[in-house]
Design a protein around this ligand. Structure first.
Ligand code: 3HC
Ligand code: NAI
Length: 704
């Protein structure tokens, strides 16, 4: 096996090169190699300076995250870095690409740092629920000050080379040949008689309790539900309270402990799940994505406008179509307004608005779609209308153009069938607001060609979204699982739980927003109208989604009407008690013979909502609608506000134990409507075997 660490001697300078594609993640072999190189160089009197550089597209992107799940092979990075830092020669670390986590910790053990002008440096550990463990929490405060260091750990986002220089994290910025620049830098140091400059020997100015409190408050807002920021604070505190060696021991205990927390396991699961989603069995490198340089969007409403922004934001030209000039003006007006808001909030420069609006061309003629590479339809949710539009698109669009629909519920197989090119038809299901939400469900029909699927994934990446593949079924992955979730929250209002109580339980679990508050925000009418369209397929249960139907009849559609599950003062989104709605639910319960209970606990609310969703997820897996349990987790954490630190519903189910979930499904089946609580065969089977969704998935992937 080739070693990832090699040393080249150039005159009196040794260059250590790390080469481990794709991102130079720090493996055991790398740690061993760096230790050996350090020990050798320590006694090599001919070497007067040492340069450390990485080959490939980036400096080390951190520790190899896949190693965290097991026992890590020696030597530990922290110990390797002690040896590395103590080299008698000055060490120059040359950074490029994205130096992250352990990568920056390696750089901190060097004595001088230079960076390529495009380099980024950061500590994303907090997003993985872990505390840096290779002495970063002790060295960084010494180098750039405790406040800046803590800010970097708590924020998790990388800083650019220029900011890194301002912070004192790098000494010089380089354009062009980084290796040559590093050697030249080393020679300059030697000529100036400069020796090692060890960060561990620097001192730290303590932070005041007020400063810590301010940083903590910001971190709590940014990373809800996890304890990692608090652990970061504890570790950094040791940098000024204790001598370096003792601080190192504190960090070791805190960092090693953080690896074992449930939140860290969940966040690491998502790290890999988010990268696995693009791996579609049957779609290979041979399925070369088609080029998409121009887009047509039909419908300039809520979704069409947001989707146009998502493309314009990455420089892709959009032709936006609507029925007439008035509708178009309305749509384009909303887009401009949204951009203006971004400027007001400091998220965009005023000049950017014109540039982006310049990329969005309005039109009322389908003929303007003749040359676009992809058309996305986002008109009203109506099958006849969509079929008409796809017939027209088939006539107008050039051969090879991709025809996509943003439908949230309709059968895309039927839409594809009206064209003479069903292989080119696909669902691209965006989430509102489409310019913000990360999730994109990529819905393949029975006939969608592989290269179209590949194109959809490439496009998702281009517009900075996470694409997850779904097969066609009602609601695809996300909305289908919302169906039982919504059914339970609505039913709970009739059984005696108040909206505030229900939403508090869900938010206590970690959901970004309680579902009834979501209904009020997006409009109670949205779901009611969908159910009206589907009324023949719905259960013959008079309590099914009854609460929203009652509100709809009263015209209480949520925030937009000032009343819904909650009441709202004009111009405010604060949820106030809406006594008339509560009375409505109480009366209806009486009419339907539903016993009102005062003993509904937060646990019952969460279990009924989340477990019913998990059960639907199991059906989705069995039917092959989702490729993997992890795909469902990505859908829910990136599109539905499910807490990331719980890893998504299917990961969460495994943590709870499928036997526990099965027992709860059976209990709620006895307590309520057994039809709703019938355990999915897959869930029952795995629970009976003492297995898990993760183990099931691993067994499916294992080579036969
Ligand atoms: N460990 C293991 N695998 C990693 C990895 C890591 N730190 N970083 C990336 N990879 C893998 C990915 O899983 C992917 O594998 P695949 O091709 O088999 O799916 C491959 O490298 C390429 O990654 P991306 O698809 O993400 O490539 P991008 O070019 O889009 O992004 C990146 C590159 C910005 C470096 C991004 O991969 C990233 O953010 N990586 C995570 C970095 C991170 O979190 N580092 C901190 C680790 S914890 C740590 O260092 C603790 C320390 O204190 C000891
Ligand atoms: P909307 O009502 O806001 O906008 C629809 C737009 O389509 C209107 O501007 C209308 O004038 C235009 N339109 C209607 N017929 C047309 C035609 N023949 N040619 C050109 N334009 C036409 O609707 P919204 O909310 O944007 O939804 C659009 C689609 O996206 C629907 O299929 C919906 O199910 C789906 N969707 C909606 C989400 C949401 O949160 N609103 C989320 C995900 C998908």
């Amino acid at each position: 096996m080739t070693t990832p660490v090699s040393v080249q001697i150039e005159g009196d300078i040794a260059v250590i090169t790390i080469d481990s594609p794709p991102v130079n993640a720090i493996s055991a072999a790398m740690r061993r190699g760096l230790l050996t190189a350090s020990n050798d160089l320590a006694i090599n009197e001919d070497v007067k300076a040492v340069v450390l550089i990485c080959a490939g597209r980036t400096f080390m992107a951190g520790a190899d995250i896949s190693e965290f799940a097991g026992v890590m092979a020696p030597p530990e990075l922290r110990n390797v870095l002690t040896v590395f830092e103590s080299l008698p020669q000055p060490i120059i670390v040359a950074l490029h690409g994205t130096a992250l986590g352990g990568g920056v910790e390696v750089a901190l053990a060097g004595h001088y740092r230079i960076a390529d002008v495009d380099a980024k440096l950061g500590f994303p550990e907090v997003t993985l629920g872990i505390v840096p463990g290779a002495v970063g929490t002790q060295r960084l405060p010494r180098l750039i000050g405790a406040a800046n260091a803590l800010r970097m750990f708590l924020d998790g986002k990388p800083v650019g080379a220029e900011e890194a220089r301002t912070l004192g994290l790098v000494d010089e910025i380089v354009t062009g040949d980084l290796r040559a620049a590093a050697i030249a830098y080393a020679k300059r140091l030697l000529a100036a008689g400069k020796g090692p400059r060890r960060v561990s020997e620097m001192t730290v100015t303590p932070l005041s309790e007020e400063q810590i409190a301010a940083l903590r408050a910001q971190a709590r807002k940014q990373h809800k539900g996890i304890i990692t920021p608090e652990l970061d604070i504890q570790a950094v505190r040791a940098s000024w309270e204790l001598p370096f060696e003792q601080g190192l021991a504190v960090e070791r205990a805190i960092s090693d402990g953080s690896l074992g927390t449930p939140e860290s396991k969940a966040l690491r699961h998502l790290f890999f799940a988010e990268r696995e989603v693009a791996n579609v069995p049957g779609v290979s490198k041979a399925d070369v994505p088609r080029e998409v340089k121009s887009i047509g969007i039909i419908g300039s409403g809520t979704m069409g406008g947001g989707i146009a922004m998502a493309f314009a934001n990455v420089g892709i030209a959009v032709t936006l179509i609507d029925v007439d000039q008035a509708a178009l003006d309305r749509g384009l007006g909303t887009v401009r307004k949204n951009y203006d808001t971004s400027v007001k909030r400091g998220r965009m420069q005023p000049g950017d608005v014109d540039q982006r609006m310049g990329l969005i061309k309005g039109s009322v003629s389908y003929d303007d779609l003749k040359s676009v590479d992809l058309v996305l339809e986002a008109v009203f949710e109506n099958m006849a209308l969509k079929k008409k539009i796809f017939t027209e698109l088939d006539r107008v669009c050039k051969p090879g153009a991709i025809l996509a629909t943003n439908t949230s519920t309709l059968d895309i197989n039927l839409i594809a069938a009206v064209t003479r090119r069903p292989q080119d038809v696909i669902g691209l299901h965006f989430f509102s607001p489409a310019n913000v939400m990360r999730l994109l469900e990529i819905v393949r029909t029975d006939t969608t060609a592989n290269d179209i699927v590949a194109t959809a994934f490439a496009l998702a990446k281009k517009i900075r979204k996470i694409g997850v593949l779904s097969k066609v079924c009602f609601g695809f992955i996300g909305n289908r699982m919302m169906d039982p979730y919504g059914r339970e929250v609505e039913r709970l209002t009739l059984e005696g739980a108040t909206p505030a109580q229900i939403d508090a339980a869900l938010e206590g679990f970690g959901m970004a927003m309680g579902l009834l508050a979501v209904f009020d925000m997006s409009g109670v009418d949205v779901g009611v109208k969908v159910r009206m369209e589907r009324k023949d397929e719905l259960p013959a249960d008079p309590s099914f989604y009854r609460a929203s139907a009652l509100l709809f009849d009263k015209g209480w559609l949520g925030q937009k009407t000032g009343k819904g599950y909650y009441r709202y003062e004009a111009g405010s989104r604060e949820r106030l008690v809406h006594p008339e709605a509560l009375a409505l639910f109480t009366d209806e319960a009486k009419k339907l013979g539903i016993v009102r209970r005062s003993d509904i606990t937060a646990q019952e609310i969460v279990e009924r909502c989340v477990y019913s969703m998990i059960n639907e997820g199991a059906l989705i897996l069995e039917e092959g609608v989702a490729l993997r349990p992890g795909d469902i987790d990505v859908v829910y954490t990136s599109g539905y506000g499910f807490p990331r630190w719980r890893g998504g519903p299917m990961f969460y189910a495994d943590q709870i134990g499928l036997d526990t979930i099965l027992a709860a499904l059976e209990k709620y089946g006895r307590q309520g409507n057994p039809d709703y609580w019938r355990p999915a065969p897959l869930l029952r089977k795995l629970a009976n075997e003492g297995s898990s969704f993760a183990a099931w998935q691993a067994s499916r992937q294992a080579p036969v």
